[in-house]
Design a protein around this ligand. Structure first.
Ligand SMILES: Nc1nc2c(c(=O)[nH]1)N[C@H]1C(S)=C(S)[C@@H](COP(=O)(O)OP(=O)(O)OC[C@H]3O[C@@H](n4cnc5c(=O)[nH]c(N)nc54)[C@H](O)[C@@H]3O)O[C@H]1N2
Ligand SMILES: Nc1nc2c(c(=O)[nH]1)N[C@H]1C(S)=C(S)[C@@H](COP(=O)(O)OP(=O)(O)OC[C@H]3O[C@@H](n4cnc5c(=O)[nH]c(N)nc54)[C@H](O)[C@@H]3O)O[C@H]1N2
Ligand code: SF4
Ligand SMILES: [Mo]
Length: 568
């Protein structure tokens, strides 16, 4: 391995770690303040992955060249508008979108929305114009960190390390690692976060803690927002949110005259009205005056490419379909890159049925669950053999990747595949790799604060509890320390509270309006009663989830569902 070279962790993770090769070993960089010399277990697992060594066509091993010919011929003989380009987030380097450039020019259908952060992102955009996190220094300079629907110490372990001595408050139905480290844990009922945000705003007003200067000079609609908070008697929130008023008082006492940060995660927005819910939380933050202070602020999964011009983008008139609702069977050819929709997309049964009825190309580093349904598998080169730049959705530092290992035979990078196809079809060429990488390396985005905050002024959210029967369970999913979405060490259990009446190792059948699947039970006090918890990557969970788009952002809403559980 070449020494003194950079390696960016390619994985979909807030931390976007920078590594470097030292004496033939890959080590976390000490110069990157977030990475701070350490990498995680998932990085170690990534290095040990059994990457594809040959291409596969109709279950037979073939060479890379043969696979590229089959792909070109198939694309030439298929109507472009009957093809779909589907990109997952297995590698988040900027060079990954080279192929999207080709498929845009070719005329494929593309996807819109997200399986991840789309709803919440839209909510922030509606209030502040763009989804941008404050500089990480402001998090480090705060006194109190409210962790809202995010498993902060697990899903961004490096960001957590920078602030681990702060006082934490966690709002989560599950007793997560960070909840156990918190001074207050509000074990909230699922999909009631907007109610808690309204209640907290009401208490903020009752205790004269609102930021009058911000409300007068930097915002619009605060009175309308405050009106919504007054719609209901204060005590009625206790039953619906499951959060005692005493804890609400405790939180406000804790934050009074303190520098406050709120780190919001996916958990609050895996629902139909995810954007409205996020906007309520951001509005509470605005009301309390968390924005525009020297320290503190609100963090979410920011738009990591904000302020950069996409060097691989090309304008096209391509049709776009919601990624949550993709019907793979309606295309003659489906090209899947860096994704594993058989496990990660909602409604596994319809995903599999769809894939069985289309010509499926998987462009991937490893033979994943989706490859089982592929006609053609093209091996992507390892991240160690690709030049790239990794931007972060957690903080403002970028990571750089040089080539530290020669690409394995019969593998190809995303950039080279795109270049090859573009030349085959005589399309407009890509910029050179040097030019693209230099642009991202040399461009610094200066943080600009939003001008004015727009409060949410109307609310229309249908709570899940309204339709929940006493035998129903809420579906909750969250990331695991030992896996990265569907990659690495997968846990297929359903986790239930002891009050569920089930016991360890029970075989249960779980049913939802969208499908059913069998699971083995693990009992845990950490799970709130009436919740069924599954780690992300569980091979069965998405048999239960709706392949429908949320209200406004075309994104998935994995938790907009109620479950029935019985012994099987
Ligand atoms: N180790 C590891 N790290 C990862 C990943 C991984 O797979 N493994 N995945 C990466 C990716 S792709 C992403 S997007 C990020 C996401 O990272 P996070 O934002 O932390 O997302 P999740 O773990 O999905 O969910 C966060 C929390 O929301 C809680 N929750 C669920 N429903 C509700 C609710 O209604 N209200 C509230 N208040 N909380 C709720 C869950 O219990 C969970 O603890 O993590 C990244 N980092
Ligand atoms: N029920 C439920 N479902 C969820 C979630 C949840 O919390 N609960 N989380 C959602 C979230 S936040 C996300 S982000 C999505 C993630 O969903 P996906 O984007 O589908 O991610 P993975 O399932 O991890 O699959 C990534 C694949 O990319 C491949 N890969 C890795 N590196 C490269 C590379 O360099 N090049 C190429 N071509 N391929 C590569 C790997 O082999 C791996 O199989 O899942 C979503 N699905
Ligand atoms: S913490 Fe995240 S970015 Fe850092 S090495 Fe692990 S997976 Fe990669
Ligand atoms: Mo994600």
């Amino acid at each position: 391995m070449n020494s003194n070279k950079n390696v960016a962790c390619p994985m979909d993770c807030y931390d976007a770690c920078q590594a470097e090769v030292i004496d033939d070993n890959i080590k976390g960089s000490k110069n990157n303040i977030v990475t701070n010399g350490k990498l995680c277990v998932n990085f170690a697992q990534l290095l040990k992955e059994d990457n594809l060594k040959t291409a596969i066509f109709e279950n037979k091993e073939i060479t890379l060249d043969e696979s590229l010919k089959i792909l070109s011929n198939k694309l030439k003989s298929t109507e472009a508008s009957n093809t779909l380009f589907y990109k997952g987030s297995g590698n988040l380097g900027v060079m990954q979108s080279a192929t999207k450039n080709f498929f845009t020019q070719y005329g494929s259908v593309l996807t819109k929305g997200s399986l991840c952060d789309g709803g919440g992102g839209l909510g922030i955009e509606q209030g502040r114009g763009a989804v941008v996190n404050p500089p990480i220094e402001k998090l480090i300079d705060s006194d109190i960190i409210i962790v809202w629907g995010r498993n902060f110490s697990v899903t961004s372990s490096h960001m957590y390390n920078l602030v681990k001595d702060k006082t934490f408050v966690t709002i989560d139905p599950i007793k997560t690692d960070i909840a156990k480290k918190s001074k207050i844990h509000m074990q909230i009922n699922p999909k009631t976060d907007y109610e808690l945000a309204l209640l907290l705003s009401r208490f903020t007003h009752m205790q004269d803690m609102e930021d009058e200067e911000f409300l007068e000079n930097h915002s619009e609609g605060a009175e309308w927002f405050f009106d919504i908070t007054r719609n209901r008697p204060v005590v009625s929130y206790e039953a619906t949110t499951g959060v005692p008023l005493s804890q609400v008082n405790e939180l406000l006492e804790l934050v009074e005259n303190k520098k406050v940060s709120i780190v919001v995660g996916l958990g609050i927005q895996k629902y139909f009205e995810g954007a409205q819910i996020m906007r309520c939380i951001d509005s509470f933050a605005a009301y309390l005056g968390v924005h525009k202070k020297d320290s503190g602020g609100v963090w979410y999964l920011s738009d990591s490419s904000f302020g950069f011009e996409n060097q691989l983008k090309i304008e096209g008139k391509n049709k776009k379909v919601s990624v949550a609702q993709v019907d793979f069977s309606s295309y003659d050819l489906v090209f899947i890159q860096g994704g594993n929709p058989v496990v990660s997309a909602p409604n596994t049964k319809s995903v599999i049925e769809g894939l069985k009825n289309s010509f499926v190309v998987c462009f991937t580093t490893t033979y994943n669950d989706t490859c089982e349904y592929a006609d053609l598998v093209i091996p992507s080169s390892s991240f160690l053999s690709k030049r790239d730049v990794r931007l972060s959705y957690g903080h403002e530092y970028k990571a750089i990747s040089d080539i530290v290992e020669e690409a394995k035979d019969n593998t190809i990078s995303e950039y080279n595949l795109a270049k090859h196809l573009i030349s085959e079809f005589g399309f407009k060429e890509l910029k050179s790799e040097d030019e693209i990488i230099d642009y991202y390396k040399n461009t610094t985005v200066v943080h600009e604060e939003f001008e004015s905050f727009e409060f949410i002024e109307e609310l229309d959210i249908e709570p899940l509890y309204k339709h929940k029967t006493s035998s129903n369970f809420y579906l909750i999913t969250g990331k695991s320390k030992n896996s990265l979405n569907s990659q690495f060490t997968i846990d297929n259990y359903v986790y239930l509270n002891p009050s569920s009446g089930f016991k360890n190792d029970d075989n249960v059948k779980i049913t939802s309006p969208y499908g059913e699947a069998d699971f083995l039970v693990k009992i845990s006090e950490d799970i709130k009663d009436q919740c069924a918890f599954f780690y992300t990557g569980n091979k069965k969970t998405n048999y239960l989830t709706p392949n429908k788009a949320d209200e406004e952002s075309f994104s998935a809403m994995f938790q907009e569902v109620l479950l029935e559980i019985e012994l099987s």
